[in-house]
Design a protein around this ligand. Structure first.
Ligand code: TRP
Length: 335
């Protein structure tokens, strides 16, 4: 019998972005690649979600392609997973409408990300920003996903998706698998190199704060060398010393060594040695990704082939759910 049948199903999505960071790499990209061994995975480039904030159309188009390429460069095998662009699978917006009618205004009003984003983009508080979590619920429920790997910041959205699914099931009979959040541990932990009390962010105005996956070896070494630490000069995994703690976390995530092992390895050595080691390890880990990315982006036809195949596979599964939902809510379906 096909072992595939018993694998739990995973769905995750990432917004198209041209400039992913080491934090994204350790938090999402690397995990996505690891998960494909044990689960049946659906991965999606969430371009529909992206337009809730202002986007330059030509850049958005470019970034969708780049995001696809970068994830593949990080080890996602398009033969093993279903990898697609959200707007290529119309069932996402179809289901989203129906689910919106099972979502309460009050629930969406309580979403912390909506409150945050409406504050930061006060000139563009559009309805899409408000209903964003409904579309996200559709992304997940369409594929009857069991698990949703996300960073901690998405936990509330997954809770809402569960509530919507349970409500729909209660009102219309068993339809959706109730998904569970699969919180990716390292995603929240990689902090800015310049202000280690803040998350490493690609939009940080200080370019030294952030290592980009596509940075050159030189840039990576320089940024690590300049990372803010303290004057204790002892490498230790002490959260009270956020700068050095962050570097230990990075080194530990890249090498698979525990924080204690890292501290032991650098006992009696200064920060200079340690920062150089972090930089080298980082650059070594990212070099193959950078090379593969360059190779892939030079072959647009290949990437488009992957997109098309992915959308076809995704759409086949998604349509089963949409047909079921349309029938249950009472939309007339002629024979
Ligand atoms: N909102 C997610 C983020 O910003 C991206 C996303 C869209 C997503 N749809 C999803 C994540 C479905 C998991 C499942 O990170």
């Amino acid at each position: 019998m096909d072992a595939q049948v018993f694998k739990k199903r995973i769905l995750s999505a990432a917004q198209p972005s041209g400039n992913l960071t080491l934090g994204n790499y350790l938090g999402a990209l690397k995990n996505w690649a690891d998960l494909q061994k044990d689960f049946e995975c659906f991965y999606c480039v969430a371009d529909l979600h992206a337009i809730t904030l202002k986007q330059e159309p030509s850049l958005l188009r470019q970034r969708s392609l780049q995001t696809l390429a970068l994830y593949i460069a990080c080890g996602i095998d398009p033969q093993k997973v279903t990898f697609f662009i959200q707007s290529h699978v119309p069932q996402h917006t179809q289901l989203s409408w129906v689910l919106g009618c099972s979502t309460m205004f009050g629930e969406l009003s309580r979403m912390t990300q909506f409150k945050d984003k409406s504050q930061r983009h006060a000139d563009n508080i559009n309805v899409g920003l408000f209903t964003y979590p409904v579309l996200m619920a559709a992304d997940i429920l369409l594929y009857q996903a069991n698990l949703v790997p996300v960073g901690d910041d998405q936990r509330q959205h997954i809770e809402l998706a569960r509530d919507i699914a349970k409500r729909f099931n209660a009102n219309y009979s068993e339809t959706f698998t109730i998904p569970e959040a699969y919180i990716l541990k390292s995603s929240a932990r990689i902090m800015s190199l310049q202000d280690p009390t803040r998350k490493m962010s690609k939009s940080d105005p200080n370019p030294s704060a952030c290592i980009f996956i596509l940075d050159s070896k030189d840039e990576i070494l320089k940024k690590c060398k300049r990372a803010v630490t303290d004057s204790e000069a002892v490498v230790a995994a002490d959260p009270a010393r956020p700068g050095i703690y962050n570097l230990v976390q990075i080194y530990s995530a890249l090498t698979g060594k525990s924080a204690e092992e890292v501290a032991a390895e650098f006992a009696g050595r200064g920060y200079g040695d340690f920062k150089a080691a972090v930089g080298e390890t980082c650059a070594d880990a990212l070099a193959p990704v950078r090379e593969e990315y360059a190779r892939l982006t030079a072959d647009k036809a290949y990437l488009e082939e992957i997109m098309k195949n992915g959308a076809e596979k995704a759409s086949y599964i998604a349509q089963k759910t949409v047909s079921k939902v349309y029938r249950k809510v009472g939309f007339y379906q002629p024979r």
